[in-house]
Design a protein around this ligand. Structure first.
Ligand code: NCD
Length: 305
């Protein structure tokens, strides 16, 4: 049985097949409308979410299946002290596949160990968020036409931002990828990713503090929110939260084809005036997230259409 814990669970070839399938779903939605008739997806969300939970649910509904689940730890037996291991054993009796988000790093792995249905990691603490990465890859491939030979700026909370961690793991497998890591000193990319993933794969990267310095050289800018819930104290968060604000004036420094992505939710890091810029792709990204999760559910359930 297959699960999705990290984007590396798929080879590059398997990823390409998954993105192709998502592309076919986009072009021919009717063909897939009953592919999951009679199947159930459980969403186990111990942490807040809007897009990730609802897009998994929309994906299953679009495939003709049904959904069940909980959207906060408070409304589940976690408050009574039930372990993830016990919860997942039960969910395996209720559903055919599940997506789980949890504040603790490694929790999805625990779920996988005790599950008899495929488990999708929908975010485990500050660690990984592989379905956001699938969404990002589909968005980039659809709008740029390629996943290789690009200079990519990752901006904001590179320390706690799990979407950035997963995206780096996935992209270093394509040729000609270079990164510009844009963050304040306190929110730099963790050493274990810089060394183990970037240095060990000989990926060129530079670290800068000023967004203005990076903008003119980028093919793609991936903005992120400062991850308030992972800070140890409020003052540090308040000091960091408005460190970057991408506005129309800064967008003038960027090239005409530089795409702006953001996993959302946005707080202040992209000013709303940028939304009407043709290079702003973060709302299109949301739509791609549904197609790619439809493709993922079909792949993990081994359903061929
Ligand atoms: C991201 C997450 O949960 O890590 N959100 C999402 O799933 N699209 C990014 C974030 O919360 O900042």
């Amino acid at each position: 049985m297959r699960h999705l814990m990290s984007p590396l669970d798929f080879t590059v070839e398997e990823l390409n097949q998954l993105l192709d399938l998502a592309g076919d779903i986009e072009a021919n939605p009717d063909k897939y409308a009953h592919a999951c008739d009679g199947k159930k997806l459980a969403t186990l969300f111990y942490e807040p979410s809007t897009r990730t939970r609802l897009s998994h649910e929309a994906a299953m509904l679009n495939l003709g299946g049904s959904i069940l689940g909980f959207s906060s730890a408070e409304s589940s037996s976690a408050t009574k002290g039930e372990s993830v291991a016990d919860t997942i054993r039960m969910i395996s009796c209720y559903a055919d596949i599940c997506a789980m988000r949890h504040p603790k790093e490694g929790s999805a792995l625990v779920a996988k160990e005790h599950s008899s249905i495929p488990v999708i990691n929908a975010g485990d603490g500050g660690h990984q968020h592989p379905t956001q990465t699938l969404t990002d890859l589909l968005t980039i491939r659809s709008l740029k036409g390629r996943l290789d030979h690009m200079k990519i700026g990752l901006c904001g909370d590179l320390k706690f931002g799990r979407t950035v961690h997963s995206l780096i793991h996935a992209l270093v497998r394509y040729p000609g990828i270079e990164f510009v890591l844009i963050s304040p000193e306190e929110l730099r990319l963790p050493g274990y990713i810089r060394h183990d993933v970037l240095d060990n794969n000989q990926i060129p990267y530079e670290e800068v503090v000023r967004l203005e310095d990076a903008l003119p050289m980028l093919d793609l800018l991936y903005m992120t929110r400062v991850q308030k819930e992972r800070f140890f104290n409020e003052e540090d968060y308040v000091r960091m939260k408005d460190f970057y604000i991408l506005d129309s004036k800064k967008m003038e420094l960027a090239g005409p084809d530089m795409l702006v992505l953001h996993p959302l939710p946005r707080v202040n890091e992209i000013s709303v005036e940028v939304d009407k810029d043709s290079r702003a792709a973060y709302f299109k990204q949301v739509q791609y997230g549904v197609y790619v999760r439809m493709a993922l559910i079909l792949t993990l359930l081994e359903i061929e259409v």
